[in-house]
Design a protein around this ligand. Structure first.
Ligand code: ASP
Length: 343
């Protein structure tokens, strides 16, 4: 059997940084040095090649044009590799994984993002284990030769998680990410145990890559004391055809008339309004309380158990693909890439 071939795409992030004495802060260093720090990966029975972003970036600087670059790098190399490992800063890794999950349709190969909390050259780095496990997962095949994990996923700490279900929850711990509403796709211990029943099936259709994203989406986080001016600016802003409303609990928001009036005005102006929950885990169910019902009647759709990151990416993708409002409504009510659990 042929050896698996893996393409490592290095975008930047802590994993490949070291302290630059001149700047006095962590700065990216070149990729060959990363590989030198992890001789373990040459022991895998797979061919590993790499390409790097130029310039390398701290992931706080990620933007849709770089998601496009990443998606095109994957498309252009898709037939030559069995899987892809993307080294990425942790700060925005969940946003990138969510965006890629929508941009890459009909995946039949793994796209595994990873990074680290400590640079790979640091004595207690988590980067080596993350990288080694991500490569092993990207190369893993089923007995019929198809990919074990044909999804965009994040490996971090000890778990493989569906990318569009993740959120960064800790700025210091080695378990920096959680997938609060979907169990891990795999757990790494002595061996890697796959949770096969929830891993998406490989697509038989050819890969389709969508790079046109419409980023005119804003986010309104409800909080006690929020003022009419703030709500009006975000919900009625002229440049935002869609707003994600981060609601309390299971989709609740204030019942004050001024608040619901502004929501109604936004809905009747044709804006797409979607509610997600501020809670780390759980789902929106606007029929549970009168406070949620008010929002639903005012024109807000349920975002179910979507993370904010995944909903942002989904709306960028839906609006970027030129769909009609009805098509967008229907797409928001279904799971397109495993990003929501319908109730
Ligand atoms: N600021 C870094 C980044 O996101 C943090 C990290 O990689 O953990 O690029």
């Amino acid at each position: 059997m042929n050896k698996s071939a893996i393409l490592l795409i290095y975008t930047g992030g802590t994993i490949g940084m070291k302290t630059d004495p001149e700047v006095g802060a962590l700065c990216p260093f070149d990729f060959s040095q990363i590989i030198r720090e992890v001789p373990e990966i040459s022991k895998f029975a797979c061919r590993i090649e790499s390409i790097a972003f130029d310039p390398l970036i701290d992931s706080s600087d990620i933007e849709p044009s770089l998601w496009e670059k990443l998606a095109l790098m994957i498309r252009d190399n898709y037939d030559d590799y069995d899987g892809f490992v993307v080294l990425h800063g942790t700060d925005t890794m969940s946003y990138t994984a969510s965006a890629l999950s929508f941009m890459l349709k009909n995946l039949s190969k793994p796209v595994i993002l990873t990074g680290s909390q400590l640079p790979i050259g640091a004595p207690r780095t988590d980067g080596k284990e993350n990288l080694v496990s991500a490569v092993e997962i990207a190369a893993a095949k089923r007995p019929d030769g198809s990919a074990m994990v044909p999804e965009v996923a994040i490996f971090f700490g000890s778990r493989l998680m569906r990318g569009n279900r993740t959120t960064k929850v800790n700025a210091e711990s080695f378990e920096a990410f959680q997938s609060p509403n979907l169990p891990a796709l795999a757990e790494a211990g002595i061996s890697i145990r796959y949770n096969d029943s929830i891993i998406l099936k490989p697509s038989k259709a050819p890969l389709e890559v969508y790079t046109s994203l419409d980023t005119r989406v804003s986010i309104l986080k409800i909080h006690p004391g929020i003022t009419p001016g703030v709500v009006r600016n975000i919900l009625l802003g002229s440049d935002t055809p869609a707003v994600i409303i981060e609601t309390y609990g299971s989709g609740n928001a204030p019942t004050k008339p001024w608040f619901l009036d502004i929501v109604r005005q936004a809905a009747s102006a044709g804006k797409v309004l979607v509610g997600v929950t501020q809670c780390l885990a759980g789902t929106v169910n606007m029929d549970l309380y009168a406070t949620g019902k008010g929002l639903k009647e005012a024109g807000v759709l349920s975002g179910y158990d979507s993370t904010t990151e995944a909903m942002l990416a989904k709306l960028f993708y839906l609006f970027g693909s030129g769909r009609s409002k009805e098509e967008i409504y229907s797409a928001l009510g279904r799971s397109m890439r495993g990003e929501i659990t319908l109730i």
